[in-house]
Ligand binder design. Structure first.
Ligand SMILES: C[S@@+](CC[C@H](N)C(=O)[O-])C[C@H]1O[C@@H](n2cnc3c(N)ncnc32)[C@H](O)[C@@H]1O
Length: 205
C-alpha cells in the first residue's frame, strides 16, 4: 500500500478546501490521508505512470468511499494537470526515480497556483551515486540509483524557480543492496518550497 520514505502530508499544512496533487501516487496512501485533511470541498489528484498503480488506487478509493480524490495516468515530467490549478503538491519517494528531475520541478511549478506550496519526501545521497549502482535495477527499485546529492537536489529546485526551499526532516535511509553503508550513505529528506505569488510560471520544454 505505502512505498514512501517520509510523511509529506504530516508537514504540508493542508487546509480544508484545497486542491492537492500527489506526484507518483502509487496505491494512493498519501492521497487518502490528504483527502481527509482537505475535506469534501477540497480535492486530491494522484498522478502515476503505471496503469497497475492507478487501477489499484481507484479500486481502494471506491471500496473506501473516497469522493474527493481522482487518480490520473501520467508522467510527472509531463503532468496531466492544468497550469496554476493546484494549491499544494506532495510527493513521497518518487522524484528520485525520474530521469529528468529538472523537468519534474518545472512541471510542479507550472501547475501550482501563485503562492502554492510543495512538500516532498525523497531519497538523496551523501556523495554522487557510483556508476555500478546506476546500472543496477534492484538499486532503482530501492529508490537509490537515481538519488541526487542533497545540495544538487535542492539547487535544482531553486533553479526551477522555487523559493524558500527548506529541509524540514531528515534521516538515514538504509537499503540492503548498498552493501556496506559506510561506503555510501543515503538520506530520506522532507523538503518544503514555495512558488512566488508574483513570478511568472516556468514552462517545461
Ligand atoms: C516508491 S513508489 C511510491 C508510491 C507512493 N508515493 C507511496 O508513497 O506509496 C514510486 C511510484 O512512483 C511512480 N513513478 C515513478 N516514476 C514516475 C514518473 N516518471 N511519472 C509518474 N509516476 C512515476 C511509480 O509507478 C510508483 O507508483
Amino acid at each position: 500500500m505505502g512505498l514512501g520514505c517520509g510523511s509529506p502530508t504530516a508537514v504540508a499544512s493542508l487546509k480544508k478546501g484545497e486542491v492537492v496533487l500527489d506526484l507518483g501516487s502509487g496505491a494512493g496512501i498519501d492521497v487518502f490521508i490528504a483527502a481527509g485533511k482537505v475535506g469534501p470541498k477540497g480535492k486530491v489528484i494522484g498522478v502515476d505512470m503505471t496503469k497497475e498503480m492507478v487501477g489499484r488506487a481507484k479500486r481502494l478509493a471506491k471500496a473506501n468511499g473516497y469522493r474527493n480524490v481522482e487518480f490520473r495516468l501520467g508522467e510527472i515530467e509531463k503532468l496531466p494537470v492544468d497550469d496554476g490549478s493546484v494549491d499544494t503538491i506532495i510527493s513521497n519517494c518518487v522524484i528520485n526515480l525520474s530521469t529528468d528531475k529538472d523537468k519534474v520541478f518545472r512541471e510542479a511549478l507550472r501547475v501550482l497556483k501563485p503562492g502554492g506550496r510543495l512538500t516532498i519526501s525523497d531519497i538523496v545521497s551523501e556523495k554522487p551515486v557510483p556508476a555500478a549502482l546506476k546500472d543496477d535495477l534492484d538499486a532503482w527499485s530501492s529508490c537509490i540509483a537515481g538519488a541526487l546529492v542533497k545540495r544538487d537536489y535542492l539547487g535544482r529546485m531553486a533553479d526551477a524557480g522555487f523559493g524558500k526551499v527548506d529541509i524540514v526532516a531528515e534521516r538515514d535511509f538504509y537499503v540492503e543492496t548498498v552493501g556496506d553503508r559506510k561506503q555510501h550513505r543515503f538520506f530520506s529528506m522532507t523538503v518544503t518550497a514555495h512558488k512566488s505569488r508574483t513570478r511568472r510560471t516556468a514552462h517545461a520544454s
